[in-house]
Design a protein around this ligand. Sequence first.
Ligand code: OGA
Ligand code: MN
Length: 299
Amino acid sequence: MANRAEHCGGDTNSEPSLRPLTPNVGVEISGIDLARLYGDELVFIMNALNTHGALLFRNQRLSDENLVAFSRNFGDLDGAPVNENGKTAVPGLPELYVISNIEGSDGKPVGSLGSGEAAWHTDMSYLENPPDASVLYALEVPAVGGDTWVASMYAALDHMPANLRKRIEGRAIKHDGTYNSGGYVRQGLVANDDPLTSTGALHSAICAHPRTGRPVLYLGRRRNAYVEGLSLEESDALLDEMWAHATRPEFCYAHKWRVGDLLMWDNRATLHRRDEFDATERRLMHRTQIRGESAPRAL
Ligand code: OGA
Ligand code: MN
């Protein structure tokens, strides 16, 4: 990969710049064409992801190959799962996920998550090594709705009341693997709403972030979650308090999409959710996921 400074000959007008989107999470990066990335720009982007948890790039024009190539700079990519409609990835691009309500010629959506709300979650926290980051690129967006929200779990932990923190410290949470974030049963599984017996992984609630080492809250998703060692009633009560705190508006950024936007989130430092939108409108997002190299590490 070339060095941008050499390539641009010191053109200061197009230097990358940062604009925080909220005090606690998210930054817009301008002055970078993600289809032609230089080595020093990549370092800039990685540092921004570590600091701000979510990155917004506007006015991009990326082919599917560009999106995959950009994402590979951050690590190996996960293959797209078979989605709730039994469909796999785009032929020839197994790393590309489609998030969409648009129906194909078979009458089924070409992608995941439909047009309903996607509840707060981190991606695939039911895996032993959950993904490191996700990249979502907008190709078609509805006029209103379908906003994607991101919440900082650094901020949630930093501002957690001491008595609440004490109750979760040293505990592990079971992360359910039955349902995806749209509430659909994952391929090959059967519905199970008992947190004690549903499939999933156990992760420490408070972790050292795998890249930054910073203490971070790791909640995953609320549905079928369970705090190990508590009765189900105690666990539900504690989790409800945790979630109400972690998703307080001051920890969040809500993104209104335009075509050509790319949003990348640190999947180990943030939660995200999506607003519903009118089912008769079209929303088409292409997406990649950077593989996690380690299990969440207890703090
Ligand atoms: C995702 C996701 C929300 C959205 O891609 O992991 O949760 O806005 N998407 O489509
Ligand atoms: Mn998601």
